[in-house]
Design a binder for this molecule. Structure first.
Ligand code: SF4
Length: 121
C-alpha cells in the first residue's frame, strides 16, 4: 500500500518530535542522577577532613530543619539525599548528615556554611 506524500511528511515530523521529547526526558533524568560512588567517597573524605580540622562544628536542630526545608523544595532532593553531591540530607542530628555539619554548604548555593553557633559561643 502506498502512503500519500503529505502523510509521509506528517509521520516524519511526528517521529522527529517524539525522538526530541524522549531525548529531553532522558537528559532531565540524567541531570538528577547522583554522582558515582567513587566521586561520593572522594568528596566525603575531603569534606570529613575539612570538618575535623574545623573542630567538627555541628548545627542546631533549628538550623538543620531550616536547611532541610530548602532542600525539600529543590529539584536535586530525592529520598533524603542530595543528587547533586550524593550526600544524605535529613533532619537527624547525626554525623552522616550533610545538613548537620555547620561548615557544609549547598553545591548550588541555596544555603551556606554557618560560621558560629549560639550553642558553641
Ligand atoms: S544541598 Fe542544595 S542542591 Fe542539594 S538538595 Fe539541598 S538545596 Fe538542593
Amino acid at each position: 500500500m502506498k502512503i500519500p506524500k503529505k502523510y509521509k511528511e506528517k509521520l516524519k515530523k511526528y517521529e522527529e518530535k517524539r525522538k526530541m521529547n524522549k531525548e529531553e526526558k532522558n537528559k532531565q533524568e540524567e541531570q538528577v542522577k547522583a554522582p558515582s560512588l567513587i566521586k561520593q567517597a572522594k568528596k566525603f573524605s575531603v569534606d570529613a577532613i575539612k570538618h575535623a580540622v574545623k573542630g567538627n562544628p555541628t548545627c542546631t536542630q533549628e538550623q538543620i530543619n531550616e536547611r532541610l526545608k530548602i532542600c525539600e523544595s529543590c529539584k536535586w532532593f530525592r529520598s533524603n539525599r542530595c543528587m547533586k553531591c550524593g550526600c544524605a540530607c535529613n533532619k537527624n542530628k547525626k554525623y552522616l548528615n550533610k545538613l548537620a555539619w555547620a561548615d557544609q554548604s549547598c553545591p548550588v548555593g541555596k544555603w551556606g556554611p554557618i560560621e558560629e553557633n549560639e550553642e558553641e559561643s
